[in-house]
Design a protein around this ligand. Sequence first.
Ligand SMILES: Nc1ncnc2c1ncn2[C@@H]1O[C@H](COP(=O)(O)OP(=O)(O)OP(=O)(O)O)[C@@H](O)[C@H]1O
Ligand SMILES: [Mg+2]
Length: 238
Amino acid sequence: MQILNGSGVNKAFGGRKAVDNVDFHVDENEILGLIGPNGAGKTTLFNLISGAIKADSGTITYKGRVISGMKPYRICHMGLARTFQKAKNFPDMTVRENVLMGAVFGKKGTDNAAAERKTDEILSFVGLEDFRDKSPGDIALALQKRVEVARALATSPDVLMLDEVMAGLNPTEVGEAMELISKIRGSGVTIIMIEHVMKAIMSLCDRIIVLHHGQKIEEGTPEHISNSKTVIDVYLGE
Ligand SMILES: Nc1ncnc2c1ncn2[C@@H]1O[C@H](COP(=O)(O)OP(=O)(O)OP(=O)(O)O)[C@@H](O)[C@H]1O
Ligand SMILES: [Mg+2]
């Protein structure tokens, strides 16, 4: 069943189309990969879905309700959460407080005690207990990225959008991030992931959408994508 759907979505910046008439859908509990060269429009599409920016035209629906044009906090309350390509951790708060922000301002009206409980549950789920009292600036990049994921998870999302959570990680850390993403999906969350780490995309995703110059140029299973001449030409290489 489709949980998220976009139809004819357009966004231009100064006359240049960043997202060009894109149709997409996401099925419940799948992992959808969003790939393509730098500047293809991937993050812009996340910004449009999460309400950070408004589309010029087109409609985005979530659980059958139109969300395009809604404020980001309302979209978040409905169960759509995202991370940011450039980690947006709060530097003057501890790791735990960073995650607590998600729990407090997330999906449902939670009281403080419930938010505290949720925070500890998520810290343990993502393996950040040992770093809870640290400043996000004092921990390794892989852990900083995990704090981003944890804050998004603390909002109790049904759909989690991950924007390059593996960028800059070493192979061991990529493996750990892959395990975490599988575990998140296992907990019933639908995932859309933007990623340039092909090993992770190809082994985790059920389906992949490829953007190029804002346009959807290909869509299908990892096997289909890795054999697509179009995708090999513009992005993957031989
Ligand atoms: N707020 C903005 N104002 C002006 N131009 C923008 C803005 N956001 C994105 N763009 C432009 O839109 C295009 C798509 O950018 P976007 O960040 O969505 O690409 P991307 O696919 O996420 O690339 P990358 O893999 O490098 O992160 C680029 O040309 C970018 O410069
Ligand atoms: Mg991007």
